[in-house]
Design a binder for this molecule. Sequence first.
Ligand code: NAD
Length: 471
Amino acid sequence: MSDFKLLIDGELVDGASTFDVVNPATEQAFAKCPKADEALLNRAVAAAKAAFPAWAALSFDERAGYVNRLADALEARIDEFARLLTSEQGKPLNQAAYEIGGSAYVLRAFAAMRIKDKVLRDENGNKVIEHRTPLGVCASITPWNFPVVLLMNKLGACLIAGNTMVAKPAPTTPLTTLLFGEVAKDILPKGVFNVVCDENELGPLITAHPDIAKVAFTGSTGTGKKVMASSASTVKRVTLELGGNDAAIVLDDVSPAVAAEKIYNGAMTNAGQICVAIKRAYVPEGMYDEFCTEIAKLANNAVVDDGTQQGTTVGPIQNKMQYDKVKGLLEDAKSRGTVIAGGDIPDRAGYFIPPTIIGDLDDDAPLVKEEQFGPVLPVLKYSDIEDVIARANDSEFGLGGTVWGKDLDRAMDVARRIDTGTLWVNQHLAIDPNIPFRGVKQSGLGGELGEAGLNEYTQAHIINAVSLENA
Ligand code: NAD
């Protein structure tokens, strides 16, 4: 038994067993999560399949009413959601509340979207229309860094387009999704939204399931490749939001203090556990020392602590596996480069790693080449703009990135030459539900958000008609 329940066919149900959920700030188990087996997954899929025709038959306005009520309910319980999110994920309470508020915003943005027929031709009695219909049952598979908003990016689009959903959160952060299931139970028709939890066993069953039409996956590139391979057996629709190794390029007309502050925040928010966190910073040689002094001040002033403590700016790494990975990259980088700030792992309970800045690394150091997904940032020098563009692009990833420059035209010219899905100029993390978001190269396939993201939850049909007189 657990305090939390799965949501299947409009009912809160126990799992086949339970597993512990650990608070990363204390390393203590603080809740039991219900675990679904294959039979419970199949029940959830069957419920979503049965609910689909009636949900798809509603008008956009009717579905929007439901989605807006979900947003209202999230906002009404924002403190409760934020506290639970901090307990399972580790982020400071204010950042947790921001994620919940942002989740309601995303739902409302999708509730306002509409899909209309597109007239491709209307001439000489020939009318060609592209008509979009929902797909059926969609599965959401989410990671542990933003468990709530990454689900809402999927759910908002899925529901407004007329689909139903089975959601599977990450094993280390399942509770906020289960609480959302409780909320949704009293708002949505039964079976429209279902939640199942696992310890990494259900993924392959979901991706191969014959009654699931689409998998919307956010997670690592390694798991994304498995999702794509497994989805092939049923030619499932799949969208993959995967890893990144985003470069920040500082141009020589920016104040080092301004660039340092923006880049620090872009690298350290959520303890660096953001797919589009700044993961390597390239700074002109002539500005390097001043930039390092400024960013070191910020790192040294960080308050690294339990996210429930007032004033905490950086919480723990979310789980032991990721903590060990970041620690390994940090120790390796210390042996190759210079520690500019941070670097010492505190001797205390919790998966804490202080914001760390490392200089003087070669481009082939693991901290530069791999996705660290933690608060450890390499700062690299450059002297030639062509060279730094080539170095930024020398990655199998292509998710995001930033360019910082006073001359906006020049900064945008550099941005155009970076091979990533999104490139921000003089800002970071400006993710907006009305603007498409997607990764290129091994950072993703398809995308989410905006009209393009909404269309990923539909199938386009062509209706090509002529009048009998012209036939
Ligand atoms: P992960 O790939 O380990 O897990 C993600 C999800 O996949 C979890 O729910 C997990 O249980 C599930 N899963 C595990 N094995 C599976 C399988 N064989 N088939 C289907 N699903 C399976 O990722 P993570 O460590 O939880 O998250 C961190 C990664 O996510 C980072 O690489 C980060 O960059 C990426 N990420 C990307 C975006 C984006 O929008 N591009 C956003 C956030 C995070």
